[in-house]
Design a binder for this molecule. Structure first.
Ligand code: MRU
Length: 355
């Protein structure tokens, strides 16, 4: 399976997703702030993967000489945690993972630096291990929803590059394909960052899953021709009422799917749920640099100085979502009931994030 991130005690290795699919190149981070820079620059991206990277980055931080030299280890950890939390605002898995690392830190602190180092390493690896299991469970729950010989449409990248395992939506597609249910996957190129064209198409090609790449603007016409049976994509944050923040373009797809009567599913772990946000209106939406729109592979494609709006995510209203595939099963409307119920039952505390 493709790996997006690796841990060793001396370093965190990040597969540089900015180079894909041209080159497979690893970045070696030896300091916590280098991992934070990788997240901010999107060398590693995708909600669960960002959480895993942040956790490993904090475990690495505790191993830096600066942690030993710090007057207060607690202050040092608070500073590197804040730096990590400031990297990207929308995916709640980031603050969820940092929250778990903070709890592990606090429990180990009275036993000194070596205990803190061991506890943080253990917790980061446990977050990654749980994510792998979660991906597999989402795959199993979601695969049963996909009709035979389905033509499935997906958006952005939700696979091994976006998680520590087989993915969220892509885990569902992978498992359904293994069960012989997927005829074809339509991959939205996902302007402007092209996670679909660069990353999802690469992952599907490695798995030998039949695919066809489309520009985002082609999805509606494809649905109108009756050529899409099922839409499944991921989430960066899910509010308590089931509104979903995900990659820009998701909302538009949901409108098109609703219009054409195509089932529209979101696959996400419970760590992506933020029950502190009553609705999607409270979810912070990241805005990214203008050059992601005005340039393509470093070449200008728009007049210099043109005004740009570049939100990286949008919010899909819960009414447009047929079901939310999680590790504990498929949640159905009314989400204001099924989401908090699932969160409470699982003991998942992501809803208590501070972002
Ligand atoms: O900006 P990105 O590439 O980090 O955005 C990723 C997405 O929007 C994914 O769809 C989402 O994180 C779910 S992936 C498991």
């Amino acid at each position: 399976m493709i790996e997006a991130i690796r841990w060793s005690r001396e370093a965190v290795l990040v597969l540089d997703q900015l180079q894909l699919p041209r080159k497979v190149e690893w970045v070696r981070c030896v300091r916590s702030d280098e991992v934070a820079d990788c997240i901010a620059a999107m060398k590693i991206r995708g909600a669960p993967a960002i959480g895993v990277a942040a956790a490993m980055g904090l475990a690495l931080g505790a191993r830096e000489p600066a942690a030993r030299e710090a007057v207060s280890l607690a202050d040092f950890f608070a500073v590197i945690s804040a730096r990590m939390a400031a990297t990207r605002p929308t995916a709640v898995n980031l603050t969820w993972a940092i929250g778990r690392m903070q709890q592990a830190f606090a429990a180990a602190l009275p036993r000194g630096l070596e205990a803190v180092r061991a506890a943080l390493e253990e917790e980061a690896l446990e977050i990654a291990r749980q994510d792998r299991e979660t991906c597999a469970a989402m795959g199993r729950h979601g695969a049963t929803l996909i009709p035979r010989d389905a033509r499935v449409l997906t958006h952005c990248n939700t696979g091994s590059l976006a998680t520590a395992g087989s993915g969220t939506a892509l885990a569902v597609i992978r498992e359904a394909h293994a069960r012989g249910r997927v005829k074809l996957v339509y991959v939205d190129e996902t302007r402007p960052y092209l996670q679909g064209a660069r990353l999802t198409a690469w992952e599907l090609a490695q798995d030998g899953i039949p695919q066809r790449l489309i520009a985002d603007s082609m999805a509606a016409f494809l649905m109108a021709r009756g050529e899409v049976d099922f839409v499944v994509l991921g989430a960066d944050r899910i509010a308590a009422n089931g509104d979903v923040a995900n990659k820009i373009g998701t909302y538009g797809l949901s409108v098109q799917a609703r219009h054409h009567g195509v089932p529209f599913y979101v696959a996400a772990p419970l760590s992506t749920v933020d029950v502190r946000k009553a609705t999607g209106a409270g979810i912070p939406i990241e805005e990214r640099p203008a050059r992601e729109l005005t340039e393509l592979a470093g070449i200008a494609i728009a007049p210099e100085g043109v005004g740009v709006w570049n939100p990286s995510f949008d919010v899909t209203p819960h009414q447009h979502i047929t079901g939310i595939i999680t590790e504990v099963g498929v949640l159905r409307p009314p989400y204001w009931q099924s989401i908090p119920e699932a969160v409470l039952k699982s003991g998942e505390t992501s809803g208590f994030s501070t972002a």
